[in-house]
Design a protein. Structure first.
Length: 382
């Protein structure tokens, strides 16, 4: 059964009492996660207001102001995080700058929504979590797959005993197929930048597995680069890839269940995302188009006994938990918006239903354990 310690759920969602002013650092006028997810999410929520945007240069700031008119735009993040009308700072830049920008926002006393991975490594993550705890500032990390209605449904089914006792779980997924990537993602080929197959597709996928079924007690892992030359789509240049494109993990959860995970990229094709939960009485099968469960819609199928799993309808009480977000369903912004909505309710109610920096540290610890096991060839505590 799922571990729910530290996380409260409720069917009656309180309306936040005040509008929260948001400043987003890392907005591009032409592309990027802020434009695709954060801005549409916040615009769909009546209790949030985007009051400032941060761009990486003065030129980008001017272009951003033209695209997102009516909002203050800054190229100096210090000016944004100290504005008195900003309650929440969203950090959506590339991972190497997370610690610097998050630390500045926390020091200014702002609540922070930082994209995942929280840091380039475990040390980065621990430093940010410690600072947030020291200053007593609310945080949220972009592990928004937890907010997916499908994940809430799976938790509900497990609580209701649909599969009986969970005996094992298996997850397989594909991130980016082929040997070509777009220029904006080229930095993910360098392991030292902290955003790669292990931290992003594996990280997001592991997070829902551990959130729903509990943490690893110990694990053994393999991480290899099987396709070391990757072509940049826009230029044709070939870049040497140092980040693993095959990550396989097998271990034991604290419940005693056996868990196996294999996420890969740079292969020609294959299953996008398949997660099975196998129990004494039934089976659950969660699928999506890619190993990015935070972005791609999840389908839930189930079977009792030895029957073949059939699709299960996710209850409307879960899909329509936040009615103003109906237009975003199926889009990358949907789970981000649900995370923001839950965060506002948490602030009002003193609850903890969204993953914070302490949760992010735990996920970074598991990633570090995977790296250690892959390097040593030994089974390790997780």
């Amino acid at each position: 059964m799922a571990s729910t310690e530290g996380h409260q759920t409720t069917s009656a969602v309180a309306i936040p009492k005040a509008t929260l002013g948001v400043g987003i650092i890392g907005v591009s006028p032409v592309r990027g996660w802020a434009s695709v997810a954060h801005i549409p999410a916040l615009r769909a929520l009546p209790n949030y207001e985007i009051r400032a945007l941060g761009a990486h240069s003065a030129e980008s700031a001017r272009a951003t102001a033209e695209v997102f008119g009516g909002t203050a735009v800054f190229s100096d993040h210090a000016q944004l995080v100290t504005r008195p009308d900003i309650d929440v700072v969203a950090v959506t830049v590339k991972v190497p700058r997370h610690r610097e920008l998050v630390s500045a926002a926390l020091a200014a006393g702002k609540a922070v929504y930082c994209e995942w991975p929280l840091g380039r490594d475990l040390d980065d993550a621990r430093a940010m979590a410690a600072l947030a705890a020291k200053l007593g500032v609310r945080t949220i990390v972009g592990l928004q797959a937890r907010q997916s209605p499908a994940i809430e449904f799976v938790q509900q089914l497990l609580r209701d005993g649909y599969v009986g006792e969970v005996l094992s779980t298996t997850m397989v997924g594909l991130s980016i197929p082929g040997d070509v990537v777009g220029l904006p993602n080229a930095y993910m080929l360098d392991k030292t930048n902290g955003a790669n197959l292990l931290t992003v597709p594996v990280g997001h996928s592991l997070d829902i597995l551990n959130y729903v079924l509990g943490e690893f007690a110990d694990l053994s892992a393999v991480a290899d680069v099987r396709r070391s030359l990757i072509t940049i789509e826009e230029t044709g240049e070939q870049i040497v890839k140092t980040a693993a494109d095959q990550v396989a993990v097998i271990g034991t959860l604290t419940s005693g269940a056996t868990a196996s995970v294999h996420i890969r990229e740079a292969v020609a094709g294959g299953t996008g995302f398949l997660w099975e939960i196998n129990g004494t009485d039934g089976t659950l099968r969660i699928t999506a188009d890619a190993a990015l469960p935070e972005i791609f819609p999840l389908t839930v199928a189930g079977a009792r006994g030895r029957n073949e799993p059939a699709e299960l309808a996710i209850p409307t009480a879960l899909t329509q938990k936040w009615p103003s977000l109906a237009s975003l369903e199926g889009a990358p912004a949907f789970n981000v918006a649900r995370a923001y909505a839950a965060f506002a309710a948490d602030i009002d109610n003193g609850t903890h239903t969204v993953p914070d920096f302490a949760d992010a540290v735990r996920r970074h610890e598991v990633i570090t354990a995977i790296e250690g096991s892959a390097a040593s060839g030994k089974r390790v505590k997780a």
